[in-house]
Design a protein around this ligand. Structure first.
Ligand code: ZN
Length: 233
């Protein structure tokens, strides 16, 4: 059974539509979303409504919780703050309630789904290196945890060496970002995972970046948010 795991959409409707079309074409049995549906991008309501309309199980991201006011934006970068404040000014009450009700983790198919890290997911730690990930392995008993948050696709294994996903070791898989990749590749990123064969595939999808850039500029959001989409940074 194939499942698709998406994360960090950040109000980028064009990227989300492209990814969902690709997932539909691949006949995935289910889609999971690891959070940050909103923040930075120009279409927060449309993205939340698309996720809601398709009943996609979704985890709370730090930007989702910042927009609802549950998380302080004190530690956010300048452009992230501007994005949160603008999103707060346009998000509908119904969509805000949906974000407010999102859980910090889901366990299904013997997999843990979180936004940031298996240890204290509500603290939104960044797992950027094997060292960052090391202590996280003590906090889940499943063989596999899917994370997002850093916008960088990467697989961490508890023994720091293995690259093939197997049932006898634990793995943390960062699925990358749909709406704002930061690995130097502008294409939207997601993971397709076969829960029986234990096969993991990263899939990149092209979308119309220019349309999103123009929307960001028209709204008057920081130029950096438009330009970074072109280079995936
Ligand atoms: Zn994010």
């Amino acid at each position: 059974m194939k499942i698709a795991v998406i994360s960090d959409i950040h109000g980028n409707l064009e990227a989300l539509n492209a990814v969902l079309s690709k997932i539909d074409a691949l006949n995935a049995y289910m889609i999971y979303c690891l959070g940050d549906i909103v923040g930075y991008g120009p279409n927060p309501n449309e993205c939340v409504e698309l996720i809601r309309s398709r009943n996609i199980p979704t985890i709370a991201g730090n930007h989702d919780k910042a927009v609802t006011g549950e998380l302080s934006i004190e530690s956010f970068s300048q452009v992230a703050r501007v994005g949160v404040l603008w999103t707060q000014s346009v998000i509908t009450a119904e969509n805000k309630k949906f974000l407010n009700d999102l859980p910090y983790s889901i366990q299904e198919h013997n997999i843990l789904f979180v936004h940031s890290s298996p240890d204290y997911p509500e603290e939104f730690r960044y797992l950027l290196s094997p060292e960052d990930a090391r202590e996280s392995f003590d906090y889940f008993s499943n063989p596999l945890t899917f994370v997002g948050h850093t916008h960088r696709p990467v697989v961490f294994c508890e023994d720091n060496r293995t690259i093939e996903i197997s049932l006898d070791k634990k793995f943390i898989v960062n699925v990358g970002s749909v709406g704002q990749p930061r690995d130097g590749n502008w294409k939207a990123c997601f993971v397709l995972f076969d829960t029986e064969q234990y096969k993991l595939e990263y899939i990149r999808v092209e979308y119309d970046v220019e349309v999103v850039r123009k929307k960001i500029e028209t709204i008057g959001l920081p130029q950096k948010l438009a330009d970074r989409l072109l280079v995936g940074m």
